[in-house]
Design a binder for this molecule. Structure first.
Ligand code: ZN
Ligand code: ZN
Length: 477
């Protein structure tokens, strides 16, 4: 060190330290969409918080009731607290059915005992005194259909069926008609009431409820689902009764409340160009009354909201992402229909729905595989690392995407593993503990990846044609 430097050093030591403007702290780098999706696989706050919160603080959310209204108020607050914009509860009126007192089904003779039963949606009451009548068994809907007109007069029809577990849930299409149409067919043939074996794959003493319908001009009758072990018991009784009549006393007391108000809850992550058609993510907020609506469909709303928030972590998306928590799906898609009616003139870029529990996504389908193969391929490649394969089915969208189907728009289906879904579906077992947090995170990760790609897509999703650029791209707000 020379003398000058020594002097300078001494000087600098003797002087007070000059106040310097500290350098601006470096902004944390904006993570890529891929990083955000990968992180979602490892940790999740929002999706679990939503489904844990709504099942704990609200519980069951039977369509059209005050419980569903509390669910909507809870969801509105949750969305606002997490920064969603344009949050609203869009009201509509609907005919409301409620289940009444827990039903009972008793075999009076020849083998007296009680069975577990739950009324089916849109069915009539037996009155508190109940009805007692002979039971006639049918092995299938086809067998019931073949019964002569009037042959069920004064009797209770029992329609059995079997349902097996399938990964893609396709068995619902085969077993479902027992619940969807048997009561109506039996009523038309003069039956006083109908009981069915549950449309479900478990062996718990839990009935699976769900909606049914009666043909035009046929007065609704009482109808209920027996738990699977009880329905099996009734089948055995027929074998042992050796032709002796089997008599059942049925007490089911549901009620029609007339028109009540329900609503669709919406919220948005506003895009850089809000003039572009938005990406619509749908689920339903209502549930049947037996469980707490965890897998059907609290999980679906949790997944889509969690994914929308994640996409924003990778920077403001080009298109707006809108979540639609539809009301009253279970009792007749009232929310989905009302949403389409109110917004049909507002084009949607693409619709996706989550309403099949919370187990892992294993396949991706779209309805633009042939019209926009590049985008389909891009998504397929991006989700492969999450164990999701590219399907060749044409996506049809879920029940709450009426608006997209009415607009003949683009759809993406993220198919979940449905192997155990129908063990729990519409039963008292639909509770939070049935959700596997790791599989829920896989859902959120895949949704984050896919929604992020779609929300940043600058061409029309269905056709891949360039969209006209907006006069001014709006800045983040
Ligand atoms: Zn559902
Ligand atoms: Zn359901």
């Amino acid at each position: 060190m020379n003398r000058t430097m020594t002097a300078l050093a001494a000087l600098s030591l003797s002087l007070p330290v000059q106040a310097k403007t500290p350098p601006a702290p470096a902004l944390p780098p904006v993570p890529s969409l891929e990083q955000v999706a990968d992180n979602a696989l490892k940790s999740d706050v929002n999706a679990w918080d939503f489904v844990e919160g709504i099942t704990t603080e609200v519980g069951q959310r039977q369509a059209g009731t005050e419980a569903e209204a509390r669910g909507r108020a809870w969801a509105v607050q949750w969305l606002k607290e997490r920064g969603f914009q344009n949050v609203a509860d869009e009201p509509y009126m609907m005919p409301t059915w409620v289940p009444g007192e827990p039903g009972t089904a008793e075999i009076v003779s020849p083998f007296p005992q009680s069975f577990a039963i739950a009324p089916l949606g849109d069915t009539a009451s037996t009155g508190p005194e109940g009805i007692t009548a002979e039971v006639v068994m049918f092995a299938s809907v086809a067998e019931l259909q073949a019964a002569p007109e009037g042959s069920l007069k004064g009797r209770i029809a029992f329609v059995s069926n079997d349902m097996t577990r399938t990964q893609d849930g396709s068995q619902y299409g085969f077993a479902g008609p027992t619940r969807w149409v048997a009561a109506g067919i039996a009523a038309k043939k003069g039956a006083l009431a109908t009981v069915i074996k549950s449309v479900g794959t478990d062996d718990h003493r839990n009935p699976h409820t769900g909606g049914t319908s009666f043909p035009e001009g046929v007065t609704p009758t009482p109808a209920g689902a027996l738990s699977n072990p009880d329905a099996a018991n009734l089948e055995r009784m027929f074998a042992r009764a050796k032709g002796k009549p089997i008599t059942m006393k049925l007490v089911l007391t549901p009620q029609f409340l007339g028109e009540t108000q329900s609503g669709n809850v919406v919220g948005e992550i506003v895009g850089r160009n809000p003039a572009l058609p938005p990406v619509l993510l749908a689920c339903h907020l209502d549930s049947w009354w037996l469980g707490t609506g965890a897998i059907d469909d609290g999980a679906g709303c949790a997944i889509i909201a969690g994914a929308a928030l994640n996409v924003a972590k990778a920077g403001q998306p080009l298109r707006t992402i809108r979540v639609l928590f539809a009301g009253a799906e279970e009792t007749g898609l009232w929310g989905s229909k009302a949403y389409s009616k109110a917004h049909l003139a507002e084009p949607i870029a693409v619709g996706l729905e989550s309403d099949f529990g919370a187990d892992r996504i294993w396949r991706f389908d779209s309805n633009f595989r042939t019209t926009n193969p590049e985008l389909h391929k891009k998504i397929a490649l991006a989700v492969a690392r999450f164990g999701v394969s590219a399907g060749t089915d044409v996506a049809g969208g879920g029940a709450d995407l009426n608006i997209v189907r009415d607009q003949k728009g683009a759809l993406v289906d993220l198919q979940q593993d449905g192997t155990r879904y129908f063990d729990l579906h519409h039963t008292p077992d639909d509770t939070l503990d049935k959700i596997d947090p790791a599989q829920l995170r896989q859902n959120v990760a895949v949704w984050t990846q896919v929604v992020g790609i779609l929300a940043n897509e600058g061409t029309a999703i269905l056709t891949g044609t360039p969209v006209p650029s907006a006069p001014a791209i709006m800045k983040s707000r």
